[in-house]
Design a binder for this molecule. Structure first.
Ligand code: NAP
Length: 235
């Protein structure tokens, strides 16, 4: 599969370029950077539509910024190019609207607020635990440059927990140098608490999930939200 990485100069984009280059199944055919600065070993484009046309890409992997993501989605939808989306910052309402459009227009995309397998399990376990507790809160910790808060992972965990419990789950965000991406879900009952914690200590942690999403993209229908749908079900 021929892969374009949007946000190729960013912290996640660089790691994705490396993972795609090292994979035997995929070929890195271009990187998108809004500044157009060169990137070692990647043909850099500033125009996503032109990049897709020139490279005949099969999939666009997007790790950019919240203000760029919907424009990139419009371009990929117009060209019917599937997308693997890691950029966070879209609201649950926006994601739901994109899900409807994707089905209507027969466009494939996988959006995962967290591609780390352990984080996906943390969300699943939190959803399983929440009906047994009176209250629960989510604390997410990220590096100081992260633009959006709460994180996409915290919002997804909150939605998953609220769906089964019917209770509002508060979220708290910590931004500090030295952190990468971490989350705790704390559930409480009189006399006891249960804490479920996941730590991404480096960005390599997200790569198996990203590569799995690229591999599965041609087999899905519409916009899938959450890696759990391709991790735990055989599509
Ligand atoms: P980052 O280091 O700031 O990288 C973002 C990159 O996007 C920048 O290098 C910027 O570079 C580029 N960019 C900005 N506008 C663009 C556009 N219109 N088209 C193409 N590229 C553009 O951020 P990061 O830490 O890599 O995170 C990127 C996103 O991934 C964030 O939303 C973050 O929350 C999310 N994230 C998701 C996961 C997950 O598992 N889903 C994990 C970690 C992070 P130029 O301006 O030079 O192009």
């Amino acid at each position: 599969m021929r892969v374009i990485v949007a946000g190729a100069r960013g912290k996640m984009g660089q790691e994705v370029c490396k993972a795609v280059r090292n994979s035997k199944k995929f070929t890195l055919v271009g990187g998108i950077s809004s500044s157009g600065h060169p990137i070692e070993g990647v043909d850099v484009y500033t125009d996503l539509a032109k990049a897709i046309n020139d490279t005949k890409a099969d999939v666009v992997v997007d790790f950019t910024i919240p203000s760029a993501i919907e424009t990139n989605m419009e371009i990929c939808l117009a060209q019917n190019t599937p997308m693997v989306i890691g950029t966070t910052g879209l609201s649950q309402t926006e994601l739901k609207e994109w899900q409807v459009r994707a089905l209507q227009e027969n466009w494939k995309a996988i959006y995962a607020p967290n591609f780390a397998i352990g984080a996906v399990l943390m969300m699943k376990f939190a959803q399983e635990a929440v009906p047994h507790f009176e209250q629960a809160e989510i604390i997410e910790y990220h590096h100081a440059q992260k633009i959006d808060a709460p994180s996409g992972t915290a919002l997804r965990t909150k939605t998953m927990m609220e769906e089964v419990s019917g209770k509002a789950i508060p979220t708290h965000s910590v931004r500090l140098p030295g952190l990468v991406a971490h989350q705790e879900v704390i559930l409480g009952l009189p006399g006891q608490t249960l804490t479920i914690r996941h730590d991404s200590n480096n960005r390599e942690s997200f790569m198996p999930g990203v590569l799995l999403a690229i591999e599965k993209i041609s087999t899905i229908k519409g916009l899938i939200i959450g890696l759990e749908h391709i991790l735990f079900t055989d599509i």
